[in-house]
Design a binder for this molecule. Structure first.
Ligand code: AMP
Length: 186
């Protein structure tokens, strides 16, 4: 089973993905985590993306598609992937469909965590102080939210039309949202 956790920055995608890794033994594929690891390792890729990420802009489709493609065999061996923070553009979504189809697989479900902007700003204000992420600051967060609204949210009809989209209220506590996700997954 391949699942996309979909939602704006600070919606709780990473937290919920980690829980599903524990409970369902799936593999979490977070392009944000992969890119941060590239930066931490001091690789060429890390050097190319660090400024872009710090501003809050999206890195190129090519880069993230390649990162995901390299991890698909591992996810397949585990019985499925939780895509967290990918896809973020229509080109990424189409590439993901093509890569999975090539492997005889598909996206089974897309769970959208719905959190309103006011709540996101509240959550992120708490994170600015403690996360240590250079893109957790008011200016970058605004850019990240704009990128979500203009480039990523338009994917919702793409998955809705395929009958794969389930909306989950992401405003509650971590546990409440976890229960709602489990219910959606059946
Ligand atoms: P995240 O940890 O998912 O919030 O991602 C942090 C940052 O990494 C984003 O603001 C982007 O700069 C970059 N990034 C992560 N995933 C993607 C993606 N699928 N497409 C483009 N940029 C991404």
């Amino acid at each position: 089973m391949n699942l996309i956790l979909f939602g704006p920055p600070a919606a709780g995608k990473g937290t919920q993905a980690k829980r599903l890794v524990e409970t369902r033994k799936m593999v979490q594929l977070s392009t944000g985590d992969m890119l941060r690891a590239a930066i931490a390792s001091g690789s060429e890729l890390g050097k190319r993306v660090s400024g872009i990420m710090e501003r809050g802009d999206l890195v190129s489709d090519e880069i993230v598609i390649e990162l995901i493609e390299a991890r698909l065999p591992e996810a397949e061996a585990a019985g499925g992937a939780i895509f967290d923070g990918f896809p973020r553009t229509l080109a990424q979504a189409e590439a993901l469909d093509a890569m999975l189809a090539y492997r005889g697989s598909r996206i089974d479900q897309v769970i959208r965590l719905k959190v309103d902007d006011e709540q996101l700003m509240k959550r992120i204000a708490g994170r600015f102080a403690e996360s240590g992420r250079p893109d957790d600051n008011p200016e970058s967060f605004k850019v990240r939210l704009d990128a979500y609204n203009t480039q990523t949210a338009p994917l919702l009809p793409y998955y809705q039309d395929q009958g794969k989209l389930t909306q989950v209220d992401g405003m509650g506590s971590v546990d409440t949202v976890a229960v709602a996700i489990d219910k959606a997954l059946g």
